[in-house]
Design a protein around this ligand. Structure first.
Ligand code: HAM
Length: 418
């Protein structure tokens, strides 16, 4: 028999991790709701063309990382590598713009990219994110950045940096790209092989390169797109900055931040954390005013962000655990006590709303007490033949070691008073 293991770059989430994952999910979605963002969920796979058009045919995601296949009916399909294009597709398909001129949508979902796995980078990973579709105004950009920042603050992430830039509108891009290509042509040999190809096909992507020598060449020679943006775009950017400042959100203007997907225009941003190592982006986002139209909808401005869940968990304080320990571990001694014990734990679950766990392995008293300690129960209750006769359980405080006899009929109120 072969021994089966998870596929490279994918992970099981075991029960001890799931507790924390559920807490992260509900907190992220809860904060989004506070900001007026409501959850949307799209299918796991979409037509490949949606991502070619949406993300851009020369981006890393499309050229190297998509899980694509042809199904038995000859349809070209892809496991979703990101959610902005699917959400835009859903917005157009369901005519969400007719329901309300501004759609605030949030998500929490699994995504797939065939990248080289390393710390903070998987092939199946999770993102939470938000898309605000309908407003062209800078306060909407600021709201999205504030939302992402507020979520990280709620998890007590300390060492984060908000990086912000504007790449202007799509109209300025052709002239800027010609200027960039012309300037870098004489330095082509200093660029890595991939950037040499990018220079021909999609020169803006050179800014995404992690290769230090490409970055040095850019620092010394490349014109920055921020210097080509219009006065209106500068005003938009300044207003975003003013709002962030008044919201007490510290930021850095990173003029090289262009982001690795083609749909962006105007504001781009990332929040990074020094604790993450080389994959330091907690989240990224920006404006994408042309995407909805490019995908066949009416022209509608939009802005959003998406954040890696695994990276948030890596950056979280170890103490910020969401593990729920049982309030009570019910120790059961002898077959005769099982029925009463079952009734009592059920009653306690409904009266306290807490986790109440009962022994079902019929182990020795010593082993059951050890189990109560192992699962970090706050109390253990003991029920056996003596307790059935006296109609009481023994309640032991696992921290202080104190014990008390509590009548069956008073057990619920005894715990409710705690
Ligand atoms: P992205 O920068 O490709 O943007 O991904 C956003 C975040 O997802 C990253 O900052 C990172 O935290 C996480 N992430 C990306 N790839 C991986 C991976 N292989 N393993 C673990 N985490 C990963 C987008 O996806 C855009 N759709 C963001 C957006 C929303 N822009 C506008 N709206």
């Amino acid at each position: 028999m072969p021994s089966y293991k998870t596929i490279k770059g994918t992970h099981d989430l075991l029960p001890e991790q799931m507790e924390k994952w559920r807490e992260v999910e509900s907190r992220c979605l809860g904060i989004m709701k506070q900001f007026g963002y409501h959850e949307i969920r799209t299918p796991v796979f979409e037509s490949t063309d949606l991502f070619l058009r949406g993300i851009g045919s020369e981006t890393d995601i499309v050229t190297k990382e998509m899980y694509s296949w042809e199904d038995q009916g000859g349809n070209a399909l892809t496991l979703k590598p990101e959610l902005t294009a699917p959400v835009a597709r859903a917005y157009i398909q369901h005519q969400l713009g007719n329901q309300h001129p501004l759609q605030r949508l949030g998500y929490y979902d699994a995504l797939f990219r065939r990248e080289r796995p390393q710390k903070g980078r998987q092939r199946q990973f999770y993102q939470f994110g938000a898309e605000a579709i309908g407003s062209p105004h800078p306060e909407q950009d600021a709201e999205i950045i504030t939302l992402a920042y507020t979520i990280y603050k709620s998890f007590n992430i300390q060492d984060m940096t908000v990086k912000l830039n504007s790449i202007g509108s799509a109209e300025i891009r052709p002239a800027y790209l010609t200027h960039l290509r012309d300037t870098l042509q004489s330095k082509k040999q200093e660029l890595c092989q991939t950037c040499q190809t990018r220079l021909e096909n999609n020169a803006l992507r050179i800014f995404d390169c992690k290769n230090p020598s490409c970055q040095e060449t850019l620092d010394s020679h490349a014109p920055l797109i921020f210097h080509s943006i219009s006065d209106d775009d500068k005003k938009h950017f300044d207003t975003v900055i003013d709002i962030l400042t008044s919201n007490d959100i510290p930021f850095e203007h990173d003029k090289k931040l262009v982001r690795g997907l083609d749909y962006y225009s105007h504001t781009t941003f990332e929040i990074t954390s020094q604790s993450l190592g080389s994959q330091d982006a907690l989240c990224g986002g920006g404006r994408y005013d042309e995407l909805i139209e490019q995908l066949g909808g009416k022209p509608v401005p939009a802005v959003g962000f998406a954040a890696g869940v695994e990276r948030l968990l890596l950056a979280m304080d170890e103490n910020d655990t969401a593990e729920a320990f049982p309030l009570v571990y019910m120790v059961v001694l002898g077959e005769g006590a099982i029925q009463k014990a079952t009734a009592l734990v059920q009653e306690l679950r409904s009266s306290t709303g807490e986790s109440i766990v009962m022994e079902t392995l019929r182990r020795s008293m010593k082993a059951q007490m050890r189990e109560a300690g192992r699962c970090n129960a706050r109390y253990c209750t003991i029920i056996g033949e003596n307790e059935l006769n006296s109609q009481c359980v023994v309640v032991k405080d696992m921290e202080s070691g104190e014990q008390e006899e509590v009548p069956f009929s008073e057990l619920s109120s005894w715990f409710s008073d705690k």
